[in-house]
Structures are given as C-alpha cells and as structure tokens.
Design a protein around this ligand. Structure first.
Ligand SMILES: Cc1ncc(COP(=O)(O)O)c(C=O)c1O
Length: 423
C-alpha cells in the first residue's frame, strides 16, 4: 500500500488550498490575552487549556504563536480525516450554500443517504433504523430511552453498565457512566442502573428477565483504552438474547474505522441490538446517531424522541463525505496497518516505563509503570506532539485515520524522546 496521507506543507505558512478563499489565521485581537479571557468567559467546568489552536491541516495543528504540532489525539478520536480535509471542506461548503437546516417536518437527501449508509456499514441492513442526534451523549440518551421501551411485561426495568465506563455527561448518559467521581456531584441520577465488574462471571450473575439492556463500550476509551476480556462480547450477546435484554454497544470512540473495522464489534462477529455512534462520524462536525437492529428497530414510535438539529443537512452531508472518503481512500485498512506500525514502534522503544500496549488499530493505549502520564504528555507537547493521558498510568494515541509514513516517523522521534525523559 502506498502512503495515502494527504500531503502536508511543513512550513508555518498557511497553504491549505481549500482555505485559500478565507485565511484561517485570526488576527491578534482574537488571540491577545486569551488565557485570562478564557478563565473570565468560559464556564468553570472547563480548565484553561495550555494552548490556543488557530488552524489545522492534515495531521498537524498550529497554535496562536505559530508553533506546529503533530496531532495524534485528533480532537479525541474525532478528526477522522485530519484537519481541513478537502473532501470535508467541499461537502460542508456546498451544503451550507444549498440548505443548512430544516426541521424534522421535512426529509433531506443528505439525511436519507447517511441513514442508509449507516444501516449498511453497521450490518443492520434492511432491518436497521437510525436516530440522529448531535453528540455522543445524545446518542446514548436515545439508547437509554430504547432500553426503557424494552419493558417486556413491565418487569424489565434494570439497565446494566460497566464500572469505569464512560458514556457521556448528560444526566441519562452520566447515569450509565461508571466513574463515581463524575457521577457523585450530580446524584441522584437515573434509577435502575447497575454498574458491574467487567468479568464474564459478574455478567452471568446479574443477567435475568428483569434486565432491559446491557450497555458497554467495546474498548473503554476514557478508562485508558482498556479492552474487554476475551470472549466477553460473545457471552454478552448470548446472555442478553437468552433473557430478552438489548445489547447496546457504545462505539462512540471506537467506531468509524478506527480499530480496523467500521465498528469494533465486527472484530468479534457479534451483532448488537443497537450501536451508538458520534465523534469521528462527521470528522469534526457535531453529530451523533443510534442505529438499531432487527426487532429493536420497532421499539420507538412516532413522536417518542427527537431533536431540533438531529440529522440536519449540514451535519449529515459532512458525515457522508467522511464515510465516502474513508471507503474510497482505504482508510480502514490504513488504520489497521498504521496501528500495527505504531505498536511496533512503541514496543521497540527501550523504556521500562511501558508495561502494556492496548486497544486495536488506531485506538492505542499505553500502560505505564509509574503515574507519570500527564508529565509524558506535557513533554510530548513541548516537543510538538499531541497525545493525552486518560489517567495517571495511561497514554491515549488516537491519530487521524489518514496518517502516513511521514507522521509515523515523526511520532517515533517525538514519542521516544517524551518517554525517555520520564524513564
Ligand atoms: C465511549 C464514549 N461514549 C460517549 C461519549 C460522549 O460523547 P460526547 O462527548 O460527544 O457527548 C464519549 C466521549 O468521550 C465516549 O468516549
């Protein structure tokens, strides 16, 4: 396979052809004193970031001082095509100049095309149905409602989720999130949700006819890129089928080709009842979706859920462009191949700090022997590499799916230096 990454100008001059019409660099009044202004104007729920970013191109972003960074975080697994990809820029520009938004009282070609595409790539096929939302948390909200509709004779009231999982921060999705520190300030949350250990034994112990749904991440991203135990998803499918519960897979971080398949449940040959999608779907344009399979597609009735912006022409046109580009440029195969290369590089670094390499494809978690993950990320940033630390002992590497040889080699150099500085 040839190096398929889009070509990058390595100078700091704005060179992106698609952005030629409107220079993306803000003038100094937009960036002056930004740290103080951030703390002054943004809600205290956010900590003030270290940098202000002003433009991106391919796998690189530039801060307000003109420094370039190799972006191996991609907006936390969002920028599937990197930054300012011509296919995405063109699709969004064309759509906003044609029809940006209509209400749910009307259909649009982009919405219909995306729904049909999602039914195809998820494997839901003709029995599939799609609900469009604006974020991952909203896709999960729809999943919570789906679970509530799976009542059976009325006794199915329990929803099972996993400890240390992350499903979002709205009240419904937070109710599924298995991180006490995130939940506790906002309790009481939704009733009937139970968090179990991620073992097959714990699952077997809890499943019965009162469970309406089991909701899980195929790989726990925010927990540090933690894989499910061997055979877990298959057993989850067997048990949910046996007891009439829905198997709902949260592929918000793992989906859209990142793991080397469209969705990571496809590595296991498992067919869920619903899959939640967001992040990489529209490559940076906000969108979320819940796709149902088979009988689960008949649970929602007209009028039971909706959202003003959900499935609007702008977001769905962006997603169509992203999915088409992933297919035509072979980016799923690229994710698998580049993922293997990156793992090989990380393995080859002579550092006792690395004790574990997790995840699949271009969703990579690096387990550390000491709690220095934040310091490694700070050093990497100072060197010109963006990665992040979901916790003290884990690094997360989730680059755009377009990375090629140049980015791999630059990563090797910068990541090795960052690790060695803390070994
Ligand atoms: C697995 C998973 N589910 C849900 C969410 C929530 O998505 P959003 O931040 O778009 O609401 C995230 C976000 O990180 C996620 O990683």
């Amino acid at each position: 396979m040839t190096d398929i990454s889009v070509s990058h100008d390595l100078t700091d001059a704005p060179s992106n052809a698609a952005a030629n019409a409107a220079p993306a660099i803000p003038d100094a009044t937009a960036t002056n004193g930004w740290r103080d202004r951030f703390g002054q104007a943004l809600m205290g729920s956010l900590t003030t970031p270290q940098h202000m970013l002003v433009r991106g191109e391919g796998c690189y972003v530039w801060n307000s001082e003109g420094t370039r960074y190799l972006d191996f975080l991609a907006g936390i697994a969002v920028n599937s095509l990197g930054h300012a990809h011509p296919a995405l820029v063109e699709a969004v520009s064309r759509q906003i100049a044609t029809l940006a938004h209509v209400s749910n009282y009307f259909a649009t070609p982009a919405q219909l095309e995306l729904a049909e595409r999602l039914c195809r790539i998820t494997g839901a096929g003709a029995e599939g149905r799609v609900y469009f939302a604006n974020s991952g948390a909203e896709a999960i909200e729809a999943a919570v409602k789906l679970a509530r509709l799976n009542r059976g004779d009325g006794s199915r009231t329990r929803i099972i989720a996993l400890k240390n999982s992350f499903h979002g921060r709205t009240m419904g999705s937070l109710s599924l999130t298995g991180k006490p520190a995130l939940r506790e300030p906002f309790e009481p949350l939704l009733g009937g949700v139970e968090h179990i250990d991620t073992t097959i034994e714990a699952l077997e112990a809890v499943m019965d006819q009162t469970v309406s749904a089991l909701v899980l991440e195929a790989i726990k991203g925010e927990a540090g890129v933690i894989d499910l135990p061997e055979g877990y998803l298959k057993r989850a499918r067997e048990l949910t089928t046996e007891h009439g519960a829905l198997l709902i897979v949260d592929e918000i971080q793992t989906g859209i080709g990142r793991t080397g398949k469209w969705f990571s449940y496809q590595h296991q040959g498992v067919i869920p009842d619903a899959v939640a999608i967001a992040k990489g779907l529209a490559g940076g344009v906000p969108i979320g979706a819940l796709v149902t399979f088979g009988a689960a597609s008949r649970l929602f009735q007209a009028g039971q859920h909706g959202s003003t912006f959900g499935g609007n022409p702008l977001a769905t046109a962006a997603a169509n462009a992203v999915l088409a580009e992933i297919e035509s440029a072979g980016l799923i195969e690229n994710a698998e191949r580049r993922g293997e290369q990156l793992r090989e590089i990380i393995r080859s670094i002579d550092s006792e700090l690395v004790i574990d390499i997790r995840g699949e494809g271009l969703m990579i978690g690096v387990g550390l022997a000491h709690p220095v993950a934040a310091a490694v990320c700070d050093t990497a940033l100072a060197l010109g590499l963006i990665i992040n630390a979901p916790n003290d002992v884990s690094l997360r590497i989730v680059p755009p799916l377009i990375i090629g040889d140049t980015e791999i080699e630059l990563f090797r150099d910068l990541f090795t230096q960052a690790l060695k500085a803390h070994s």
